[in-house]
Design a binder for this molecule. Structure first.
Ligand code: GCB
Length: 600
């Protein structure tokens, strides 16, 4: 065990972590328990009544109190009774045409029935709410959560009444100067209760969190831990893998923590063989079951190795949008639509841009044998010098890793996309975040995506010092679209400040409107399929010149909605860099990319 890991597992660090998480919980919702799907759930999905509140009057009129007329002269100019309904999970923009581009407050209410058992604990769990959620139960505020793409929960034991209860959530998806993402980004700001809502029932002490993955660099040794939550902290623990006849036994300490360490001859997870094992984590008071894969991902010299063998990352960028429904994706069906298309293109990796996607997507990708690149929305214009921003980045990172750390498919945590080296405090904040990420999970690649390179006289100069802290040199470049070619693609030269690291082209491409064919292949303003196709042909020629190339990732699989893309004839509110249109039609460039991936 390396020192870093030993430090992570020490009792002091656990106490510090518990203290920090308690402190964070005062600011945001409680950190959510993991593996919600295998718990005792009552779903609150379905229709919720809503009041749209563009003028923010709900705050001073105290919508959460739900006042009703008491005497004949009383009236109130708001009410959830008789209000329109929205589906949860689901974004509000795609469900009411007057909310298509709405960024503001919407109040949601759900009435539900519950009976609390003796010795049981109840939690109200949200998969994600974009962007700020203020949550009330029966007129009392439970708390708030900031961050649109990660889960949070509130314990409601003793706060619910037997019988009828009411939950009210104020959702606000307004952009914030010190939000993450900040004010500017190139995707639709879908607001609402976008993922599932559940009431989770547990015993007095339950298995809150666990990490069961291979130790960094090993193909056989599991190194992990279990964390209980509740009064009976010291318990006997079993970790069982029935298919391998493994029953590992240990004991949690006085803060409910136990280290897990055992070895086995696993059939390893890989895109060719996405093997998952049923794993049961059992305490004296709880039992939880998971499907876990075991694999080893590392960078050695200038190569990415999966299970000790070099692998070329055949990737594609995906936004969490169902192009056919024109709505935020959240379901297994949505995931299958996006991921099957990535598979058909020939991919072995999906870059889930630019925020943590829903759990269904990660789990489906894992079953299909697609590796996952997962990122937090530290995107372009982030106010790194704002005193709250480092804490917000860390919280989002922590929530992303906590939820998905047992997913073998996830091979990379990406901490930033296209931040600017001149932004005050950028390096400081991101270097700190990288260190924290390594402490939270040192088993995966940790990356920063940048576009700070120069491209002059057919030479790329890649020199951003932040790459020192990134396992890959991950470059976004749009030569042929935003930047014209400076010479023959096959003559491109490269000057890279960290010449021993693998290079990943995390974005490239250009726009075309599907069906706009036989127009012109040498004018960008034609928005033709031929122009886009030519970009892809040239890029592929250029890829041959890149030292240590470990993978490429076109921007993007499907055309997607974006407010900044308003060219009235060709874009009409869509970023048209998709290899496939928003109606599912393949453009010419798709075939070029598909052929390249077949050759690789
Ligand atoms: C980028 C961004 C991506 C954009 C893309 C574009 O560099 O990372 O989010 O949408 O460019 O289409 O310009």
């Amino acid at each position: 065990m390396n020192n870093k890991y030993r430090k992570l597992l020490s009792r002091e660090s656990i106490l510090v972590t518990l203290f920090i998480s308690l402190w964070c919980n005062l600011l945001s919702g409680q950190t959510a328990m993991i593996n919600v799907q295998s718990r005792h759930l009552t779903s609150l999905n379905g229709k919720w009544q809503v009041m749209v509140d563009p003028g923010d009057i709900g705050g001073w009129k105290q919508f959460w109190i739900e006042r009703k007329p008491q005497k004949k002269t009383d009236f109130f100019e708001y009410s959830f009774d008789g209000a329109p309904e929205l589906n949860v999970p689901g974004d509000f923009n795609s469900q009411m045409c007057e909310l298509s581009f709405y960024e503001g407050s919407v109040w949601y209410r759900k009435l539900f029935n519950v009976f609390q058992k003796k010795n049981a604990r109840l939690f109200l769990h949200f998969g994600a709410v974009n962007y700020i959620a203020d949550v009330y139960l029966n007129g009392q505020k439970l708390g708030s959560h900031e961050g649109g793409f990660t889960p949070f929960q509130f314990e409601i034991t003793g706060k619910v009444k037997d019988g009828d209860n009411s939950i009210i959530v104020k959702v606000d998806n307004r952009r914030l100067e010190n939000g993450i993402p900040g004010r500017g980004y190139d995707w639709l700001n879908y607001g609402g209760i976008t993922r599932e809502v559940n009431i989770i029932e547990t015993g007095n002490t339950y298995v809150d969190d666990y990490s069961i993955q291979l130790k960094k660099g090993s193909l056989n040794d599991v190194l992990g831990w279990i964390q209980l939550n509740g009064v009976s902290a010291q318990q006997k623990i079993k970790v069982k893998i029935p298919e391998l006849n493994i029953v590992y036994e240990t004991m949690t300490n006085d803060v409910g923590f136990a280290k897990v360490e055992f070895s086995a001859r696993f059939k390893l997870w890989s895109p060719d063989s996405p093997k998952l094992y049923k794993v049961i984590v059992e305490s004296e008071t709880d039992s939880i079951s998971d499907e876990i894969g075991f694999r080893c991902i590392e960078v050695q010299g200038n190569k990415v190795l999966l299970n000790k063998k070099p692998i070329f990352l055949k990737a594609v960028n995906i936004h969490e949008e169902n192009p056919l429904k024109k709505a935020r994706a959240y379901s297994v069906e949505d995931a299958k639509l996006l991921l099957n298309s990535a598979k058909e293109l020939g991919c072995n990796l999906v870059r889930l841009a630019h925020y943590p996607h829903n759990e269904n997507t990660i789990k489906e990708a894992e079953k299909m044998g697609l590796m996952v690149w997962s990122e937090i929305p530290v995107y372009q214009h982030i106010q790194f010098s704002d005193s709250l921003v480092p804490k917000k980045m860390e919280t989002m990172l922590k929530e992303m890793i906590r939820r998905d750390k047992n997913r073998a498919a996830v091979i990379a945590w990406s901490l930033s996309n296209e931040t600017y080296s001149g932004t005050s405090n950028r390096n400081n904040a991101l270097v700190e975040l990288t260190k924290k990420c390594r402490e939270m999970d040192s088993t995966r690649l940790i990356c920063h995506v940048m576009n700070t390179q120069s491209y002059v006289k057919n030479e790329f100069n890649v020199s951003d010092t932040l790459y020192k802290y990134s396992d890959l040199i991950s470059i976004n470049e749009y030569i042929g679209w935003y930047d014209p070619w400076q010479g023959k693609p096959s003559d491109t030269k490269w000057k890279v400040a960290f010449p021993d690291k693998p290079i990943f082209i995390s974005e490239f491409g250009g726009e075309a409107l599907y069906g706009n064919k036989n127009v012109s292949s040498d004018e960008a303003s034609s928005w033709s399929e031929e122009y886009q196709e030519q970009i892809y042909k040239n890029q592929i020629e250029m890829f041959g010149t890149i030292p240590n190339l470990c993978g490429v990732c076109p921007w993007i699989l499907f055309d997607y909605k974006s407010l900044g893309r308003m060219q009235p004839v060709y874009q009409k509110g869509y970023n048209r860099k998709g290899l496939i249109s928003d109606k599912g039609e393949k453009k010419k460039a798709w075939y070029i990319m598909n052929e390249y991936f077949k050759q690789k």
